[in-house]
Design a protein around this ligand. Structure first.
Ligand code: ADP
Ligand code: MG
Length: 543
């Protein structure tokens, strides 16, 4: 610290503040970020290992999913937290490729560190990395191949690639099929909102029992024992007001002095409820989903008329029911008409894994569908759910961007080749940084090779040779522990995964490289100064 400050340090920060300057700060930040990358690295790819995470109260999560791992780890170091941000951005933007993004960011820092040791200034590295990123994004656009919603086979392979390694191997094919069908179903005028695909999980049965429901699964039961539990050709009414007589609607001040008055009052109330139910009956509805309560009397009359009803349905479920059945959600029962009703082939209450649920299925052209995931243990259904989410995001992302790319590290090797050629044309010190970027990209094929028990250097040399010969799709075949054409193998991914991973990994690496000073306020001081005026605390002794 003294060396940097030139002689006696002048105290400008509160006592207890931790400060790291220049190379020390850089080293510490890079080390922390690399540590995070190293943690998730072993989970990359279908042969990646799983992590078991145990939280403070002993709950266990077993996963292979980068975003989940980083979410569960309670990371403290600020630079390490940036890696978590990389994963979050990737998850939010693409929904998959989180491990790739974090591992790549860590590797970009690792190769940058080697340049720093050769006294190459961070700004030069950053400039080179930016040039490399630009080149890579351009190249990816050219390498990407077209895909549309009609290319079922390609989409299914994209789903399968996204799912591999996430504990779903046994039923992989059928799960991939489900993901494609679900995305296809909710596609509306070329737009895909994956939130309209509801993923429910129920422990029990086996993964093979996982099913796609052309409709919605509601985690509620039919409200009255005498109501039908299976309704075919359902006419569905969605009501977001209560089916009960509200206190405010009758006169709250009614004073009852004689038993006959009480009787009259109750009869009047019963009449009102009867009226409500009659409105529903005359609309032709045989199933009612109500967002609010349904009182006993209303339940009784509904049951008498053979109408099934579910109460206190979540708002989000009401919206999905509307999308799936085509019903309008109505507020006033007075307004309910035949036109507001939606349709479903079947509505049934079903006991799955000891819990009643109401399944609204066989909807004609549902814009909301559900996938009901089954599996032997809680950990299995959880991991299959994560796999399914990745598959759905992958398929949706591929259709949206309209492009896919070969996986298994093949794209990274090809990009490495392109970058090295480019670096030569650039020359100067930036050339070194661009080459470092190329080296960093190859962490993906190296790690995949390692996970398959191959010698990573050897695999990379073989891959480079193939790519020099124009075999752009050659990558690591983790199953046979060799190298192969990934398109032939069906290992393909949406282009969006790669472009986003490269963007966010480079940005985070840049941000960390740019830091040459870390000032950490002392925790004790912070607490003590909370009673001081904010200006005093904020300025931290800058005077
Ligand atoms: P991420 O969180 O980055 O999605 P994954 O564990 O899903 O991490 O691994 C993704 C990587 O695994 C990608 O590079 C992908 O191309 C590769 N991959 C997936 N399936 C295969 C396969 N069958 N053979 C080789 N590589 C595969
Ligand atoms: Mg993945």
């Amino acid at each position: 610290m003294n060396g940097q400050m030139g002689g006696q340090p002048i105290l400008v920060l509160p006592e207890g503040t931790l400060r790291q300057l220049g190379k020390d700060a850089q080293k510490a930040n890079i080390a922390a970020a690399k540590a995070v990358a190293e943690t998730v690295k072993t989970t990359l790819g279908p042969r990646g290992m799983d992590k078991m995470l145990v939280d403070t109260i002993g709950d266990v999560v077993i996963t292979n999913d980068g975003a989940t791992i980083l979410d569960e780890m309670e990371i403290e170091h600020p630079a390490a937290k940036m890696m978590v941000e990389v994963a979050k951005t990737q998850e939010d933007e693409v929904g998959d490729g989180t491990t790739t993004a974090v591992v790549l960011s860590g590797e970009l820092l690792k190769t940058a560190e080697l340049l720093l040791e050769q006294n190459i200034h961070p700004t030069v590295i950053i400039k080179g990395y930016r040039m490399a990123k630009k080149k890579v994004l351009e190249a990816l656009n050219i390498l990407g191949k077209d895909v549309t919603v009609n290319d079922k086979d390609i989409l299914r392979k994209i789903a399968l690639t996204a799912m591999t390694g996430k504990g779903s191997e046994a039923a992989k094919d059928s799960l991939g099929e489900l993901a494609v069908k679900a995305v296809e179903a909710v596609m509306d005028n070329g737009k895909i909102n994956t939130e309209n695909i509801q993923i429910e999980k129920r422990q029990g049965g086996s993964i093979d029992d996982t099913e796609l429901i052309q409709g919605v699964v509601i985690d509620k039961e039919i409200v009255h024992a005498n109501m039908p539990k299976l309704i075919k050709n359902a006419k569905v009414a969605l009501i977001d007001s209560a089916l009960e007589v509200k206190e405010t609607e009758t006169d709250a001040q009614i004073r009852i002095s004689k038993p006959t008055e009480l009787k009259a009052f109750m009869e009047q109330e019963a009449e009102m409820i009867k009226d409500m139910v009659n409105k529903i009956v005359s609309s032709g509805a045989n199933v009612v989903f109500c967002q609010k309560g349904i009182d006993d009397l209303a339940q009784h009359y509904l049951a008498k008329n053979g109408i099934a009803a579910v109460r206190r349905v979540k708002k989000s479920d009401m919206d999905k029911l509307a999308k799936a059945t085509g019903a309008n959600i109505i507020t006033s029962i007075e307004e309910l008409s035949k036109e507001d009703l939606g349709e479903a082939g079947v509505v049934e209450e079903k006991k799955i894994a000891d819990e009643e649920m109401v399944i609204v299925k066989e909807c004609k052209n549902p814009k909301a569908v559900s996938i009901l995931i089954r599996g032997g243990t809680e950990h299995v259904v959880d991991e299959v759910k994560r796999a399914m989410e990745d598959a759905i995001q992958g398929v949706a992302g591929a259709i949206e961007v309209g492009k896919f790319i070969s996986g298994g590290g093949s794209a990274e090797v090809e990009l490495g080749k392109i970058l090295r050629n480019y670096a030569e044309s650039v020359g100067g010190r930036e050339q070194l940084a661009i080459n470092a970027f190329a080296d960093a990209l190859e962490v993906i094929p190296r790690t995949l090779a390692e996970s398959a028990g191959m010698d990573p250097i050897d695999a990379l040399v073989k891959l480079r040779t193939k790519h020099e010969k124009g075999e752009k799709n050659y990558g690591v075949d983790v199953v046979s522990a060799g190298i192969a054409d990934m398109i032939n193998l069906g290992v393909i991914e949406p282009l969006k995964i790669k472009t986003q991973a490269i963007k966010s990994a480079t940005e985070a690496a840049e941000m960390i490289l740019r830091i040459d000073d870390t000032i950490t306020a002392s925790k004790i001081n912070k607490g003590g100064s909370s009673s001081m005026p904010p200006s005093g605390a904020g300025m931290g002794g800058m005077m």
